[in-house]
Write a protein that binds this ligand. Structure first.
Ligand code: C5P
Length: 322
């Protein structure tokens, strides 16, 4: 079990971080932008560490993938309501047998995982991640593209004109206040997600395009916090984890690539950019450290697979007997 020391430790905590990362973590600890309320008043309670199967069942039971539909208030009252899907993502998309979740980590470079990734029935990618020019390492198939509202709003992403966003199934999310209803969120989104959604819909009326219900992200946040021994950042989970749980809701088996770093682990933030920052892998805004602890605990695959391919295997919810 030499390998155990070389792959992600599922008890990773802030005090194992280097001084620079630890300071960053501290800074984010003190911010509560979305008014997150801890359910146990004393903060984090002394918890029982759940087994992998227990954790998987808790995820299946407590976190429901929900998307916005045209019948929901306040959207039903708005003139553009009919642009929103009439049905849930889960009833329109899939089910698939095997799926791939491709993190955007720099460690994917030189991985030669492209063929394996493309061999899955469905592949999800995130935010600004391209395939062109990186096919050998990340593949070329994109079934679902999940991104945050910043990608939709900031000019540098060219959301309305880039070919990255004009094919496949699109899924977007925006951080909402922790305890707000849809109307409150609609009036105070972090980025103009609904404006950009309508513009995109005008250009590509037939392309499936879903928006995650903010409750989904916060349910997932709660589950992470409930299973960690220390307080986590009070911000929504990363796009990567949202995508993992989304695929567990649509697929029989989910393979996740370079979310838990392989032997190629690097400070290179994304495989498609020359930008170095350890926080991309360890988290700053997002509770990414704890997301990775959770995924490590749920992994059905071996430490060797993580070390060699950065690959984690998770069961789809439909195959689990809880
Ligand atoms: O940075 P971005 O959010 O676009 O990357 C997509 C996802 O890939 C992240 O949300 C995170 O879950 C994962 N990621 C990672 N390590 C990196 C970069 C990204 O785990 N170095």
């Amino acid at each position: 079990e030499v390998l155990k020391q070389k792959v992600w430790d599922d008890e990773m905590s802030s005090n194992m971080l280097g001084s620079e990362m630890k300071k960053l973590w501290q800074d984010y600890q003190n911010i509560n932008t979305y008014g997150v309320k801890l359910s146990s008043p004393g903060g984090v309670s002394s918890r029982l560490k759940l087994t992998g199967p227990e954790l998987l069942c808790q995820l299946k039971e407590k976190v429901e993938l929900t998307t916005l539909t045209s019948d929901l208030e306040p959207f039903s009252e708005l003139p553009w309501a009919s642009q929103l899907p009439g049905k849930q993502l889960t009833s329109d998309v899939g089910p698939y047998k095997t799926c791939a979740v491709v993190s955007s980590a720099g460690a994917l470079l030189k991985s030669r995982l492209g063929k394996e990734i493309d061999s899955h029935d469905a592949v999800i990618r995130f935010n600004g991640a391209p395939t062109r020019g990186f096919e050998e390492d990340v593949g070329s198939k994109t079934t679902i593209h999940l991104f945050n509202s910043k990608v939709m709003a900031k000019d540098k992403y060219h959301f309305l004109s880039s070919p990255l966003y004009n094919s496949g199934v699109l899924v977007a999310w925006d951080p909402a206040p922790f305890s707000s209803d849809l109307t409150q969120w609609y009036n105070h989104t972090e980025y103009p997600i609904f404006l950009q959604y309508q513009k995109h819909k005008k250009l590509h009326p037939r392309q499936p395009f879903y928006i995650l219900h903010p409750r989904f992200g916060w349910q997932l946040w709660q589950l992470i916090q409930d299973n960690m021994a220390e307080p986590i950042q009070k911000n929504p989970p990363s796009s990567g984890l949202l995508g993992i749980v989304l695929m567990m809701s649509l697929c029989e088996v989910v393979h996740v690539y370079e979310f838990l770093p392989s032997h190629r682990k690097t400070d290179l933030c994304h495989y498609y950019q020359r930008f170095y920052d350890a926080a991309c892998t360890l988290g700053s805004y997002h509770p990414l450290l704890y997301e990775k602890n959770l995924v490590k605990r749920m992994n059905l695959g071996s430490n060797l697979k993580i070390y060699v391919d950065g690959r984690v295997t998770l069961p789809g919810f439909s195959t689990m007997n809880c």
